[in-house]
Design a protein around this ligand. Sequence first.
Ligand SMILES: Cc1cc2nc3c(=O)[nH]c(=O)nc-3n(C[C@H](O)[C@H](O)[C@H](O)COP(=O)(O)OP(=O)(O)OC[C@H]3O[C@@H](n4cnc5c(N)ncnc54)[C@H](O)[C@@H]3O)c2cc1C
Length: 390
Amino acid sequence: MTQPHNPIAAMTAAPALTPPRASQPRIAVVGGSLTGATCALLMLRAGLPVTLYEAAPSAAPRGGGLIGLEHPALDVLDRLGISQDEIVAHPSESVLEVTVRARQPIHAARRLYPGRNTTWSLLHHALTRRLPAGVLQTGRRVTGLTEHHGRPHLLFAGHSHEAADLVVFADGRASTGRRLLDPGRRLRYAGYVAHRGHAVSGFTQVRDFLRLEPGPGCQYNVAPVPGGLDWTLYLASSVTDYTHCFGAPPHRRTFALPRHVSETARALVDAHAALVLPAPHAATVHTTTMRMAAPVMDIDPPTRMAWPVGAGWAVLIGDALAPVRPHTGRGANNGIEQAAALTAALTQHHRWGADLPTALDGWQRRQLPGAITALRQGPRLGAHLGNHQP
Ligand SMILES: Cc1cc2nc3c(=O)[nH]c(=O)nc-3n(C[C@H](O)[C@H](O)[C@H](O)COP(=O)(O)OP(=O)(O)OC[C@H]3O[C@@H](n4cnc5c(N)ncnc54)[C@H](O)[C@@H]3O)c2cc1C
């Protein structure tokens, strides 16, 4: 049975990939990165009218690096018509793990990854170029959520507001949606940083995903990407050092973009690389101009994903729900899988009259365990690296 007063129930099927008409009840997705863009496309394909609000002034790539996608996420993208030819530049499934001591490899093991590597830029471009005109609204930062005449109302910076019947917060690790809906769950800095770089010239040949483990508290991952190599060097760092390197503490600067990376940060990473990595890899790091960083953060596991707002709903997905540590390789995977499952629940409601609260409850019961497992796995993998919470 549909909810008599819930406007989502009143949605009429729109042809696939048709942007919503202004008068239609609608879904608002907040955050136009990987999770939000995937969610918007899936909902449009299912005939659900959607608008995607992104705070950044443009949808242009912000220098995102390597992302490993497992088969379920790749399959969701396949169903959106995004083939691996478009997003996978180097179709290797190999992961080479090498133990390094005194800058020399002493042991290597090869395993296979159940998926493929893409990059944030390739995937984001593939997603956003498929959005019909008018669906993605950039420069729209959501600041609040209220109930007005029984419907959720999004408030934006600049004092505009929009009504929606379902609000999907896919606004990342520093989520406004999580702050509003689940304020008790706060990010905690885990005491180390994923320093990232895009090297246009590599001093070493890398064909697969290569992981070097040079000892406690340090790990170096490198893989080929279009135009060069993408590397990540995990290093321990105090809050003070992070602030000194990136201009703000980890809780405020949850992603350090290239413009935030100071000379101090650059010199520190180069010095560590020269100390622990084999010479060709240290040289690759040293010559890299395009750098970023992400402080590794933890958060308490979520207990729910959906909240009623008047007769409508608000939900959290992707990093907004559970910003997992990067070593888990699950952040983008979780976001894509949650978006696909949410679309399935809404489709059952919309097309077949399934009870919406029950459909959303079933969705969160199926999706929560995966998010919680990935959150718990993060500190375990961090401990393996020798990084414990300060
Ligand atoms: C070093 C590293 C390696 C990684 N490797 C992998 C991997 O191999 N596999 C994997 O699955 N994941 C990986 N991840 C994680 C993955 O990158 C993230 O989990 C994923 O990108 C999160 O996507 P998202 O869309 O949920 O959030 P985000 O990418 O953070 O996007 C949030 C979006 O919301 C917008 N926004 C924020 N606030 C507002 C607001 N108030 N109003 C409107 N818009 C707003 C932001 O501008 C942004 O565009 C890695 C991460 C790192 C740092």
